[in-house]
Design a protein around this ligand. Structure first.
Ligand SMILES: *Cc1c(COP(=O)(O)O)cnc(C)c1O
Length: 367
């Protein structure tokens, strides 16, 4: 049996007709940037998340970068970033001109270890990037408490957390502002690149909107040296088709996760945490850990099961961050995670038979 790591086709096949109509609607309107589809999607997504504002932008990276810019965070400033995340979280900080300061994750949750944040705060620290990694939220009460005490902004990187909840509130509504990505493989994905910022902060919303549109508050009137980062009408129309299905797709992922958690029983394999009332997980990825990770990866590949490593090289060991001069061994949890993680197949439309096959092969893995 051949099982892809992810497959967008079962999801798109079910709504193909609606997607075709959305394409046709935009073509018929013949208006492609900043029109009625974007305006409607922004309202619908803000309502879904439970915030006042949603601003469509070009990518998840831009969403995070524009929030930092709008808060005036830049040269000389520091931003707390978990040492285990996709590199975009740190790159947003670097693009803004500030310096990412890495704080170790807890190996169990993969998210930032809040007990280590305060030690990393200096007089230059301006914000904490709360990455809701894999679709499970961080301990947001604790992060918000620390931020308030030190006068810092809390910026959620919710790129993997569309629909995830913390104590009943959705990711995107848990800090001062949040960045989402609509990269096709995310739980809510466009048919191309896309992203948005969500916030309850009126001033920030206005500033992000202007910064992403050449720094313009109205046509040909420029108040900031902005950039061009917009969510186009076609992607907004596709996202409007997909948003009403998101909860169903997330439920399907939780069902697959529940079977993996109940039925994978191999002492060589550590499983991620289950979803709970406090931390409602959306399993953007299902990440297992194994000391013999590379052997496991090869064994699964031989059996037709495709996997991905999230992420194989920690940021401080990437050439891009050689300038920070963080030696190997300084961030042991991030390194341990990168050495041991493997993401197994997880997507809407995976059949019971396919899930059973993955479980059987994992249970048969031996040293
Ligand atoms: C995908 C992702 C991003 C970046 O989103 P893009 O739309 O690809 O720019 C940022 N942070 C995390 C955690 C992500 O998974």
């Amino acid at each position: 049996m051949e099982i892809p790591f992810a497959d967008l086709r079962p999801m798109h096949d079910e709504i193909r007709h609606e997607l075709d109509s959305a394409y046709k609607k935009v073509m018929d309107n013949s208006w492609f940037i900043q029109g009625t589809e974007l305006e409607a999607f922004e309202k619908e997504f803000a309502t879904y998340v439970g915030v006042k504002h949603c601003i469509g932008v070009a990518t998840g990276l831009d969403a995070l970068y524009l929030i930092l810019k709008a808060y005036g965070i830049g040269a000389g400033n520091e931003v707390i970033v978990p040492s285990n995340t996709f590199i975009a979280t740190a790159l947003a900080v670097s693009y803004a001109g500030a310096t990412p300061v890495f704080v170790e994750p807890e190996i169990e949750t993969f998210n930032i270890d809040t007990s280590r944040i305060e030690a990393a705060i200096t007089s230059e620290t301006k914000a904490i990037m709360a990455v809701q990694l894999q679709g499970r939220c961080c301990d947001m009460d604790e992060i918000n408490r620390i931020a308030k005490k030190h006068g810092l902004k809390v910026i959620e990187d919710a790129a993997q957390a569309h629909g995830a909840k913390y104590k009943g509130k959705k990711a995107g509504a848990l800090g001062d502002a949040a960045g989402f990505s609509f990269y096709p493989g995310k739980n809510l994905g466009a048919l191309g690149d896309g992203g948005c910022v969500t916030t309850n902060d009126d001033d920030l919303a206005a500033k992000v909107r202007a910064l992403g549109n050449y720094g313009s508050d109205y046509k040909y009137h420029h108040i900031y040296k902005g950039t061009n980062s917009r969510l186009d009408e076609m992607q907004a129309a596709f996202l409007r088709v997909k948003l009403p299905h998101l909860d169903k797709w997330n439920d399907a992922r939780r069902k697959i996760a529940a079977r993996y958690l109940a039925e994978i029983k191999n002492p060589l394999i550590q499983l991620p945490l289950p979803t709970s009332d406090e931390y409602e997980h959306i399993y953007h990825v299902f990440v297992i850990r194994c000391e013999k990770r590379d052997e496991l990866e090869e064994y699964l590949a031989e059996n037709g099961i495709h996997t991905v490593k999230h992420y194989p090289i920690p940021m401080h060991m990437q050439g891009a961050y050689a300038d920070l001069q963080i030696a190997e061994g300084v961030l042991p949890n991030a390194e341990e995670i990168s050495r041991s993680v493997l993401s197994i197949p997880m997507y809407y439309g995976m059949t019971e038979e396919q899930v059973t096959y993955v479980i059987e092969k994992l249970n048969d893995f031996a040293e």
